[in-house]
Design a protein around this ligand. Structure first.
Ligand SMILES: [Zn+2]
Length: 255
């Protein structure tokens, strides 16, 4: 059964434009209006999202996603988690806690920052059930099963989790993949990869570093995400070979 993968948001931590209207080098175009990084997977009637950005409500409405079964978290930074509160209607709709998945460290951080999602606070019921992931795990709904591989990547001073679903890898926040873990990135149909800026950054791949990893791993297609305001969609697209494309919000493909 095919998977439909959608990039809900491909912007860096402040999105573009910023709340101040600052847009850096970006031409005015819907392709350069970027919400915070987040993705969605649909397999049959199973609906799973990766991270809950601060823009998640708008992202779900725009992409007409009406159901949600589970959430996979890459790490605890606010641009990947602050929309967690918006998930409450799915708890009501599903009539059960929403299962979430993440590394031990990510789950601990989420429980600390968003305590009310996991334990009853002031009479409000918890809406989530936390699951600490192994190297591989699966999410099931009736006869549909999504198999996921997970491994840790460097993201500045913390580790974030890279996920592989079928032949699609999602590494939205990453500045290094260890030699040991590069093997997970071989034979991919799609590599969705952090590419923050032209300049180097302590927590994210820049353009040269992202292209280097793509060159080593040779996916059929690569999609650059977590794009900052110095990376205009059109200028970037012109520079890239055909099998590498800049992400834009709402970009989707089936695999
Ligand atoms: Zn981050």
């Amino acid at each position: 059964m095919k998977i439909k993968f959608t990039i809900l948001g491909c912007g860096s931590s402040l999105g573009s434009p910023w709340i101040t209207s600052y847009r850096g080098n970006l031409k005015k175009s819907p392709k350069n209006v970027r919400t915070r990084c987040c993705a969605h997977i649909q397999k049959g009637n199973l609906s799973v999202c990766i991270d809950t950005s601060p823009d998640i409500k708008y992202q779900f409405l725009k992409n007409k996603i009406k159901n949600l079964d589970s959430i996979i978290y890459t790490h605890e930074h606010a641009d990947q988690t602050a929309g967690i509160f918006e998930m409450r209607p799915f708890y009501w709709k599903n009539k059960s806690k929403i299962p979430i998945y993440g590394s031990r460290r990510t789950i601990q951080a989420l429980k600390k920052s968003y305590r009310f999602c996991f334990i009853e606070v002031q009479g409000y019921q918890p809406i989530m059930k936390a699951n600490i992931i192994n190297k591989s795990f699966s999410i099931k709904k009736n006869k549909v099963k999504l198999s996921v591989k997970a491994f840790q990547v460097n993201h500045g001073s913390i580790k974030s989790t890279g996920y592989i679903i079928d032949k699609i890898a999602y590494l939205s926040d990453c500045n290094n993949v260890s030699l040991k873990n590069i093997k997970y990135l071989k034979n991919l149909n799609y590599l969705i990869l952090d590419c923050l800026k032209i300049d180097q950054h302590p927590s994210h791949f820049n353009l040269d570093e992202a292209l280097n990893l793509i060159n080593i791993t040779k996916p059929k297609k690569a999609v650059l995400t977590n794009l900052h305001t110095d990376l205009d969609y059109f200028n970037l697209k012109k520079k890239l070979p055909k099998n590498i494309i800049p992400a834009y919000d709402g970009l989707s493909f089936s695999c």
